[in-house]
Ligand binder design. Structure first.
Ligand code: PRP
Length: 183
């Protein structure tokens, strides 16, 4: 992959490697939209984006889902590594839409350790949706503790610190249209 040269969005940092460029991402997101459309032939589907990392992925993905959906968001408070029990997550923003009886698709930018999903999935299951699945753009495949299958995965992610397309480093670089590792 070619490195971006003198990208003014990088505040002086240099791209080491572009892991996924804009075209690759767009093509895969369109495929995911088609897969998701086919997977839900009926019923109400609520697509729930976990903020903040999923905001760009979610906005592109929902425009590739060719059936009625509702869209809402989750904002979760992180308690760090010490709090691992499934009841320990607290929602800073709770979806206003009813979850009970609906198909819920939880959208994540990246599955790393899987801790975030273990907590959130348990919390969402308790609301009695008719189904509950995960869609992640990136999956590092290192989440040995993850108790839930990730039904829809965009790409297996390299084991590097990635930024762009929603992923940040100290809140920077979320707006890059590609996914890259930095020097
Ligand atoms: C990141 C990412 C995932 C989570 C994955 O969120 O967006 O939600 O970590 O890590 P895990 O699988 O090890 O739990 P972060 O807490 O950085 O917040 P952000 O979405 O606001 O960037």
């Amino acid at each position: 992959m070619t490195a971006a040269v003198a990208d003014p969005r990088l505040s002086g940092r240099t791209v080491k490697r572009i892991a996924f460029d804009e075209q690759e991402i767009a093509a895969r997101v369109a495929e995911l939209g088609t897969e998701i459309t086919a997977a839900y032939p009926d019923g109400e589907l609520l697509v729930l984006g976990l903020l903040k990392g999923s905001f760009i992925f979610l906005s592109d993905l929902v425009r590739k889902i060719n059936r009625p959906i509702q869209v809402d968001f989750l904002v979760a408070a992180s308690y760090g590594d010490a709090m691992v029990s499934s009841g320990s997550v607290r929602l800073l923003y709770d979806p206003e839409t009813m979850l009970e009886g609906k198909h819920i698709l939880l959208v994540e930018d990246i599955v790393d350790s899987g801790k975030t999903l273990n907590k959130l999935m348990a919390l969402l299951e308790a609301r009695h949706p008719s189904s509950l699945e995960i869609c992640a753009l990136l999956h590092k495949r290192i989440a040995d503790e993850l108790q839930y299958e990730t039904k829809f995965v965009g790409f297996d992610a390299p084991h590097e610190f990635l930024v762009g397309y929603g992923l940040d480093h100290a809140e920077n670089f979320r707006h890059l249209p590609y996914i890259a590792s930095l020097q």
